[in-house]
Write a protein that binds this ligand. Structure first.
Ligand code: MN
Length: 254
């Protein structure tokens, strides 16, 4: 699997409270929030906890459960830290984690960072934003276009580390060679429309260059927030089943 990653402070913030994890087959982005740089602490703790919990990837059928347990653990660790340290009270983070296994991507998610699938020129959002405006769109109160420019568009309905327990979305997506999976914080998605993102994902080029291009355009559009992108490109090899042992290949059979 080829991948790229860029995390950028943007043009208007003084710190970068986003974070990422890139350790094949585990990839994640997190967007921390809280005063006194507490957001930076929250995203870093969440990612470190995930990294540790997903050190060994079990049998495929156990992955969804492990993803939930790992994110619950991250929630507990961030929540506990925020209740001990006065400066970090109320800190939290979004977290979008992707685990790739053969032809499947398992995604665990909370908050308004996003995972997208880019296939045959078409961009599909794989995660649901846990935000006030997303709720209002679902209820038909706002149109998706109104939501994009709404003054309260960054208000979250769910985040990690804010409450003692947490509700996590887990999904699975099957992928084909040449598919791309994009993980991004809202510093990208607030600055670029889905069609602008799709246009930049189209050309066949090194994923690292594409990530840099996405971040550059977000900055050209104002760079109002920290921007973090992880781009994964599925190749032929990564979707292959493991090879049968040599004696089975010679003798045939299942
Ligand atoms: Mn953000």
């Amino acid at each position: 699997m080829r991948f790229g990653v860029v995390s950028d402070i943007g043009r208007q913030r003084e710190t970068n409270e986003d974070g990422y994890l890139v350790r094949e087959p585990v990839f994640a982005v997190a967007d921390g929030m809280g005063g006194h740089s507490a957001g930076e602490v929250a995203s870093a703790i969440a990612l470190a906890t995930i990294k540790e919990s997903l050190r060994a990837i079990p049998q495929e059928e156990a992955i969804p459960d492990l993803l939930i347990k790992s994110i619950e653990k991250a929630n507990a660790v961030v929540f506990e830290k925020s209740s001990i340290e006065a400066e970090q009270r109320g800190m939290g983070t979004t977290l979008t984690v992707a685990v790739s296994l053969k032809h499947n991507f398992y995604i665990g998610h909370i908050g308004d960072s996003r995972a997208y699938l880019f296939r045959d020129g078409k961009l599909t959002q794989l995660t649901e934003d846990h935000s006030l405006v997303a709720e209002l769109v679902k209820e038909g109160v706002l149109s998706p276009t109104e939501a994009e420019v709404h003054p309260q568009r960054s208000v979250l309905t769910r985040a990690l580390g804010i409450e003692p327990s947490v509700q996590i979305d887990v999904s699975v997506t099957d992928v084909k060679p040449h598919d791309k999976i994009l993980l991004a914080t809202d510093g990208l998605t607030a600055m670029l429309s889905n069609s602008e993102i799709a246009e930049l994902l189209g050309p066949q080029q090194d994923p690292q260059r594409t990530c840099q291009k996405l971040v550059d355009v977000a900055n050209e559009h104002g760079g109002a927030d920290n921007i973090t992108v992880v781009l994964l490109e599925v190749d032929q090899q990564s979707v292959q089943e493991p090879k049968a042992p040599w004696w089975k290949r010679i003798l045939g059979g299942p």
